[in-house]
Design a protein around this ligand. Structure first.
Ligand SMILES: [Zn+2]
Length: 259
């Protein structure tokens, strides 16, 4: 009996809520928009010719749109990776269903070889890649299994019931009241080629390690669970830089493949 209830708890812990698996719609559009600013002309034209339904900045939302389709339910674990404090990706037993690091690395490899196995085709691969390069930069997408990346941490955002994961996915972004282009222009300002080269030089595991190192600070509200301006003030710069890095690195991948 005890054994079974433990297994039940473990199963719950290893599966995050399907409803909270990504930056909100604006966040993903910002990543695609920033990437577009850093694409070479050749890469931009080639990517655009492959994306038949969406511009790059809108294509990151596709993975959220297909969540309701049972045919893509197996992609649920691709949005995140759970790594305990004090451990690295190499220390953990990988989720057999895949995680965000595995998915990004596999998609890059398939886009290079044009042999598509985990997704149906090249357009699909790019759209999923845009989404997941965004996700891996959200600190709580490299989260703790015990609170499902902050999904189980109940907080309020300006008095409205929420959870910590949702605050980071969308509420901190949406509260600014900016469109994705306004967001993108704001965070892309002053990022020079030296910075771009430095960000693009790191590995997918390195991006996850950055997120992991940032996540502890997300919990810094103590007993003040009604998150408001003070919390935004402490964290908005992190959000801005994670979205910018994600866009720059997405461009780096696409330039390498299509540039
Ligand atoms: Zn996601």
């Amino acid at each position: 009996m005890v054994k079974w209830s433990r297994i039940g708890i473990l199963t719950i812990l290893s599966v995050w809520s399907v409803s909270a698996l990504a930056w909100g719609k604006t966040g993903h559009r910002v990543v695609g928009y920033v990437a577009q600013q850093h694409l070479s002309e050749v890469a931009s034209q080639r990517v655009d010719s492959i994306l038949s339904n969406y511009a790059l900045e809108m294509s990151g939302n596709f993975m959220d749109f297909i969540k309701a389709d049972t045919a893509y339910r197996h992609m649920g674990s691709w949005h995140y990776v759970s790594i305990p404090d004090g451990q690295s990706y190499e220390d953990i037993t990988p989720n057999p269903k895949g995680d965000v690091i595995w998915a990004i690395e596999t998609l890059i490899a398939e886009l290079k070889t044009k042999q598509f196995k985990i997704v149906p085709n090249e357009e699909f691969a790019i759209m999923v890649l845009v989404h997941l390069v965004g996700d891996i930069h959200q600190p709580l997408h490299v989260g703790l299994a015990e609170d499902r990346g902050g999904n189980s941490v109940k907080v309020e955002f300006f008095g409205e019931e929420s959870n910590l994961h949702r605050v980071w996915d969308s509420e901190l972004i949406d509260h600014q009241g900016l469109s994705y282009t306004e967001w993108g222009n704001h965070i892309n300002r002053g990022v020079d080629s030296t910075q771009v080269a430095q960000w693009q030089a790191s590995t997918v595991i390195g991006w996850a390690e950055e997120s992991q190192s940032l996540r502890t600070a997300c919990y810094d509200f103590g007993k003040y669970t009604n998150l408001k301006y003070r919390y935004i003030y402490r964290h908005i710069h992190t959000i801005e830089e994670r979205l910018e890095r994600a866009g720059v690195r997405l461009a780096g991948i696409l330039n390498e493949i299509y540039g």
